[in-house]
Structures are given as structure tokens and as C-alpha cells.
Design a protein around this ligand. Structure first.
Ligand SMILES: Cc1cc2nc3c(=O)[nH]c(=O)nc-3n(C[C@H](O)[C@H](O)[C@H](O)COP(=O)(O)O)c2cc1C
Length: 263
């Protein structure tokens, strides 16, 4: 199979899925080109196609053992035109449960031909300096594993005419996913300078400036991109039930997991 271009698709509010998808694409052969398609923000590209001699690499985060709901929405309506595809899920060192099988089912129904898949670990979105959860992941070793995996898949594609779809772990029916939460991260308006970095970082378009910065409860997905983007560090999980979750994760998910590769 002669692959001339690699097209990555990613939804990555806190940047870890983006790092891994880029590292996998770096495993390309010298003559191949790479185009990155960022589906994270409300103004994401919509006129997208893949096909011909292209390889697709699709990366999304795991939320509650499923794929992040907004990622699922953004991937819909893209046709794979039978292109060979690598799937990537990023999770915060707890578990990825049914996310990979859900992603495979979703894109297979859209005519992507899943020839490889992987689950990598990213710093958990709820991680902070006080309550670290898989801090610094993906690290240098994760990125090396990702690039080597990309190179292996691309070598295999170069020597095969037709690639068979692969199996991935996970159960059907899928476990229950994220529900809408009746709260949002908290803003310390005394510290807020209204710089707007949080508005630009929000994948859901849930933050606006209306006298003060406000986060819309109905739209917030708790991805924590606003917390990481705020230069004044005035947005936090403090006094939300998610703070308890962060404490639980910090206590119970200390053993660092390894990337899992399926080829
Ligand atoms: C609402 C929410 C739910 C999450 N659920 C899980 C989970 O079930 N298992 C897990 O290990 N990590 C979970 N995470 C952590 C993310 O999967 C992890 O931080 C991932 O690296 C985020 O990807 P990104 O940096 O591309 O946004 C969750 C994060 C959020 C915001």
C-alpha cells in the first residue's frame, strides 16, 4: 500500500492526545507528508476528507471509560473512504475501559479501516501541583514508543496490499459514559484579570465575559482546559465534587501504567 500523506485528527483539550498523535505521525517514511486536523475548538475545520493514498490517525481522550462526548460529536460526518487508520486513546492512568472499542465502532461505521490502535497515558485533566495524577505523561519514553509504533505500522502498510481490521479490548454494551454535571470549575473573580485565555481554551464554547467571566453549567464538559490555560491560576476544581475525585485518583492511581499497542 503506497501511503503518500498522513492525516491526523485529534480532540485534545489539555494537549496530551495531540502530543501522542504527533509523535506517532513522526514515525513516517521520509517521502510522506503530514497534515494535522485539530477538532478541539468550536471553530474546527468541517470540510474534511480522507482517502486516496492517505493514512488517518485519530486521537481522543477517555472520559469515564468512554470517548469524550464532544470528540465523538466532532468526528461524526467524516468519511474514511476505506483509508487505513490508527486509533489512539489517551487516559489519565486509571483505565480506558470501553473507549477504544467505542472509537473503533464509531469510525468503522464511517468507513475508516482500523489497522492499528493504542492506548497511551496522559497527565490526568484533574491533576494539579497539589494533587498530581500521572504528572508529566506522556513522557520522553511514551513519545519514543509512539514514534516507533507509528514507524512499525507504516512499514507494515508499505509491504501489504490489503490490511485486515484488528481487534481491540472493551465491552459491548459500553459502560455508562459522562453525564452532564450540575456544576463547573470555580473562578476566583478577585484574581481574574479577564484576559480571555480561558474563553479561547474552552472546546465547548462554554465560557463568556459578561461583567465577570462565567462558565455555563449546561455546556461545560469539565475538560479542565480553562484551569490549565489561566495565567493567574484562578480557576480550580476546589469546592466542586470533582476535587474529591482528584483526591481519589491521586491516592489510587499512583502506579504508572504502560502504553498498550494493538497491531
Ligand atoms: C471528565 C473527565 C473524565 C475522565 N475520565 C477518565 C477515565 O475514565 N479514566 C482515565 O484514566 N482518565 C480519565 N480522564 C483523564 C483524561 O483521559 C486524560 O487526562 C487525557 O490525557 C486527556 O486528554 P487531552 O490532554 O488530550 O485533553 C478524564 C478526564 C476528564 C476531564
Amino acid at each position: 500500500m503506497d501511503i503518500t500523506n498522513i492525516k491526523t485528527f485529534f480532540f485534545s483539550p489539555t494537549g496530551t492526545s495531540k502530543k501522542i498523535v504527533q509523535a506517532i505521525a513522526e514515525g513516517k517514511q521520509t517521502s510522506q507528508t503530514i497534515s494535522h486536523i485539530d477538532l478541539t475548538y468550536p471553530n474546527h475545520p468541517t470540510d474534511i476528507s480522507v482517502g486516496g493514498n492517505e493514512l488517518a490517525i485519530i486521537a481522543v481522550p477517555v472520559y469515564a471509560g468512554r470517548i469524550a462526548p464532544l470528540a465523538k460529536k466532532r468526528l461524526q460526518n467524516i468519511s474514511g473512504n476505506n483509508s487505513p487508520t490508527i486509533l489512539v486513546v489517551l487516559y489519565g492512568n486509571r483505565e480506558f475501559e470501553d473507549a477504544l472499542i467505542e472509537l473503533k465502532d464509531l469510525v468503522t461505521a464511517q468507513a475508516f479501516n482500523v489497522v492499528a490502535a493504542c492506548a497511551f497515558i496522559g497527565e490526568h485533566s484533574f491533576s494539579s501541583a497539589d494533587m498530581p495524577i500521572s504528572p508529566g505523561r506522556p513522557d520522553t519514553n511514551d513519545l519514543k514508543i509512539a514514534t516507533e509504533f507509528g514507524a512499525k505500522v507504516m512499514q507494515q502498510l508499505a509491504t501489504t496490499q490489503v490490511s485486515q481490521p484488528i481487534d481491540v479490548p472493551g465491552d459491548t454494551p459500553y459502560r455508562d459514559g459522562m453525564k452532564n454535571l450540575p456544576f463547573t470549575p470555580k473562578i476566583d473573580s478577585g484574581l481574574c484579570t479577564q484576559c480571555g485565555e480561558c474563553i479561547a481554551a474552552c472546546p465547548a464554547g462554554a465560557i463568556s465575559l459578561n461583567v465577570e467571566i462565567q462558565i455555563l453549567t449546561d455546556s461545560c464538559t469539565f475538560c479542565c482546559a480553562c484551569i490549565k490555560a489561566c495565567p493567574e491560576e484562578c480557576i480550580s476544581l476546589t469546592s466542586t465534587p470533582m476535587q474529591e475525585k482528584a483526591v481519589w485518583l491521586n491516592t489510587n492511581c499512583k502506579d504508572q501504567k504502560k502504553p498498550q499497542l494493538f497491531l
